[in-house]
Design a protein. Structure first.
Length: 50
């Protein structure tokens, strides 16, 4: 039972760290253009022209 003294704060801090990373990514605009990457994959602009 003594291990809970260490594991509960560790779990809470990891959860808060994940939440902070998610909030930061939302504020940085990481989820603004969800379909743009899917369309950029299909572009073949890196092929040489003949």
């Amino acid at each position: 039972m003594n291990v809970l003294v260490y594991l509960v704060p560790l779990a809470l801090s990891l959860g808060l760290l994940g939440l902070a990373a998610f909030v930061w990514s939302m504020k940085a605009g990481q989820f603004e253009d969800l379909e743009g990457a899917a369309h950029r994959v299909l572009d073949d602009d890196d092929l040489p022209t003949r």
